[in-house]
Design a protein around this ligand. Structure first.
Ligand code: AAO
Length: 493
């Protein structure tokens, strides 16, 4: 389950948070396939609650399931199927965010207090009623018999049982130990596999027992052989927040696939913000920092995600940090640890704010992105599209070009770091003050290379800095403050 199921040279996942299926299908064809992106993590496709507040529909409604029918703010079942086909046709995989831990928040009821559903099902989340005819589930399918209240703050440190059996922020907690519930979940996952998806991001995995998840995943079908070959299993990444001091641990989950390594983004963000030195990151890999960093094949690496980019005092850098964010993401894509996920956002000022929409008169339906001539997203459309930023898309191509190559010839100087990806590429980053001038061993063949961080190679001409590699593999670099330099075999002029 830890195998990414992407094409070999496309080892970057992008989270197109809250994008519509029709927009993702277009994005696979017109952009992602050309920039080294191998897969898209999509928002939960199942039927969810709708809530109107502050003349808006918050993003988090997607995390309150009403049923497993594919009818969501992102589109219909038909649109979902079409997206999967069109993306697979251009070698881009779909990873589905699956919300198995719970249903709606207690007390949410369709048709009451502005609460509705994105699809045809009605539901009643009133305590002890807990009726979801669209599945169907009833109160007997929840964990109420084992815990009938919310997870307490201290449970996270002291009580793994409560973390798994009580309600996460009031969300009705399903009993994944029941064979009936397991069957419904397996049916849901199989319906997605039949459509051609490559895998799943398991939301709130630490709130479910690892062995219950194992029973569910083990009971799913193989991936479609016409797309993935014989006997291939779904890729799985489990959302487990564990930076130490928790009662539930990341390593309980690796039997089921990868886990979200929250240590990674925090460590890289600290360096990008100048709170720690890059030389401390030269060992970022299994065992780094004493806790929380598993084997390369167990890890999903990312800088920020849709939750922590909204935290008031977020520890991680986000699109709002500009150059420092670019450096953090660039480092992640240049470095060799884990399967990297790039966050792609819409701009927001309020924590709850939903995606750009067409207003109350149109049911707050999502308004898709529009694009500039340089292939970035038009900020007036409300979409940030970090994955299209010139530096980040160039680094996704760098990662493709360097796939499988080891790090070597590493140099660091506190706020600076440079290294080769043996015989494939060279990367240097400067988050200190002033330019960084040095000579480095690139391991590349002699020639002139286009720095793809400052420009791009278009039709044989380089719009960025040109770097000359001598016959001894060495080159002189001048990395501007808050910038990086990246050259690779495919950027040779
Ligand atoms: C909404 C409303 C609620 C209402 C509820 C029910 O906001 O007020 O009660 O409906 O009506 C999202 C939103 C929720 C929203 C929910 C459903 O974030 O606000 O509730 O949809 O609409 C924990 C979980 C983790 C979860 C995270 C948000 O472990 O699984 O909380 N993430 C996923 C999704 C997320 C989604 C859900 C789950 C639910 O990605 O978008 O919620 O489907 C500590 C714990 C973590 C804990 C965090 C936050 O983490 O260890 O387990 O995450 O606290 O409570 C450092 C520390 C680390 C700490 C972290 C905090 O890293 O080391 O210990 O900081 O960031």
């Amino acid at each position: 389950y830890d195998k990414t199921q992407t094409l070999v040279n496309r080892q970057t996942l992008v989270h197109l948070f809250e994008w519509k299926w029709t927009d993702i299908a277009n994005e696979c064809e017109s952009f992602l396939q050309h920039f080294g992106y191998g897969a898209v993590q999509v928002s939960p496709p199942n039927e969810h609650i709708t809530v109107v507040q502050n003349n808006d529909m918050p993003w988090w409604i997607r995390y309150q399931p009403v049923s497993y029918q594919l009818s969501s703010r992102s589109g219909s079942s038909q649109e979902f199927a079409d997206m999967v086909n069109r993306c697979n046709n251009v070698g881009v995989r779909i990873i589905v965010d699956i919300v198995l831990n719970h249903m709606v928040g207690v007390g949410q009821k369709s048709g009451q207090n502005g609460v509705g559903s994105s699809g045809p099902s009605s539901f009643d989340g009133t305590d002890n009623i807990e009726s979801f005819p669209g599945v169907p589930y009833g109160s007997g399918d929840t964990n109420d018999a084992r815990c009938h209240h919310d997870i307490d703050g201290s449970d996270y440190q002291n009580n793994a049982n409560n973390v798994r059996e009580c309600r996460l922020v009031g969300l009705l907690d399903l009993n994944q130990g029941s064979s009936y519930v397991q069957g419904k979940m397996v049916d849901y996952l199989n319906s997605l596999i039949d459509m051609g998806v490559a895998g799943f991001r398991a939301d709130a995995a630490k709130h479910m027992w690892p062995n219950d998840l194992k029973a569910i995943f083990d009971a799913t079908k193989n991936l479609r052989s016409d797309i993935f070959g014989q006997n291939q299993r779904a890729f799985i990444v489990q959302e487990v927040i564990d930076q130490g001091g928790e009662a539930t641990h990341w390593d309980e989950y690796i039997l089921n696939g990868r886990y979200t390594n929250f240590n990674y983004g925090a460590a890289v963000s600290r360096a990008a913000k100048g709170q720690s030195n890059w030389n401390g990151l030269t060992t970022l890999g299994p065992g780094y920092g004493g806790y929380g960093n598993g084997d390369d094949h167990d890890v999903l690496a990312f800088i920020d995600n849709h939750d922590n980019q909204r935290d008031d005092n977020t520890a991680v850098v986000t699109y709002k940090d500009g150059d420092r964010y670019k450096l953090a993401v660039a480092y992640m894509l240049a470095w060799t640890y884990g399967y990297p996920r790039v966050m792609s956002s819409y701009s927001f000022t309020d924590h709850n704010q939903g995606p750009p929409n067409n207003g109350a008169g149109n049911g707050f339906s999502t308004r898709g992105p529009s694009f500039n001539g340089d292939q970035t997203c038009n900020p007036n459309s409300g979409w940030v599209c970090e994955h299209r930023w010139p530096e980040i898309r160039a680094m996704a191509l760098f990662r493709s070009a360097c796939q499988g190559a080891a790090v070597s010839d590493l140099m660091t100087d506190n706020q600076r770091i440079a290294f080769a990806r043996e015989f494939k590429g060279y990367f240097a980053l400067n988050s200190g003050s002033g330019n960084w001038q040095f000579s480095g061993q690139t391991t590349l063949a002699a020639g002139t290379y286009c720095d793809v961080y400052s420009g791009a190679l278009n039709g044989g001409s380089c719009t960025g800095a040109s770097i000359t590699v001598g016959s001894d593999g060495r080159a002189s670099f001048n990395v501007p403050q808050s910038r990086a330099i990246a050259i690779h075999v495919n950027s040779r002029i």
